[in-house]
Design a protein around this ligand. Sequence first.
Ligand code: HEM
Length: 170
Amino acid sequence: MLGGDDPARAMLAVAAVTTVVAALPRAAAWCADAAWWDLAADAAHRPALAAELLRVTAPSPVLPRVAAGPGTVGGCPVRAGDRLVLVARHAVRAHVDDPDCRRPAAPALAQLVFGAGPHACPGARLARAQLEDFLRVLAPYRPAVVRARADRRAALPAWASLIVRPEVAR
Ligand code: HEM
């Protein structure tokens, strides 16, 4: 069982499960609202669509960090021990550039929602693959969002429930 008595397992659950549970429904809902199911059904566009949707919906908008050594961040000098709040959401321009799978952000930029450097998320490829699969399976039904309810207790931005209605019966 995962819990406070096993911090390593609990951390992995947050890193690997909570992030995905938070991100995937929000990404699919964006796809539905934008009526992008044709793009989601198209194997040529789907990887870029998934990467772009994760760029704007990844539940890691802010990364608090402590500098291990001196360096520069965005041109600002940083000393060892400095506390940093890295606004990943702004770094990937999620606040100004909506997802566009025909003109996706450069992969190195979009990757920043998964961190950078030696501790970058090892699950990034899996998360993208999961979203691609999710979009592929949903696409034929062209679901529309009926209702979304925020999860007020979640550690990450997430929904308690997301109700969708298939626009195409199979
Ligand atoms: C949408 C899904 C996900 C997002 C947005 C996400 C995001 C992140 C971020 C921002 C970090 C910190 C990186 C840094 O410090 O530079 C991280 C670390 C980590 N992630 Fe993910 N992640 C996701 C899915 C996953 C999955 C599916 C797994 C495993 C199967 C996973 C495993 C981990 C682990 C183990 C770490 C710690 C790495 C380390 O400290 O060396 N993540 N993730």
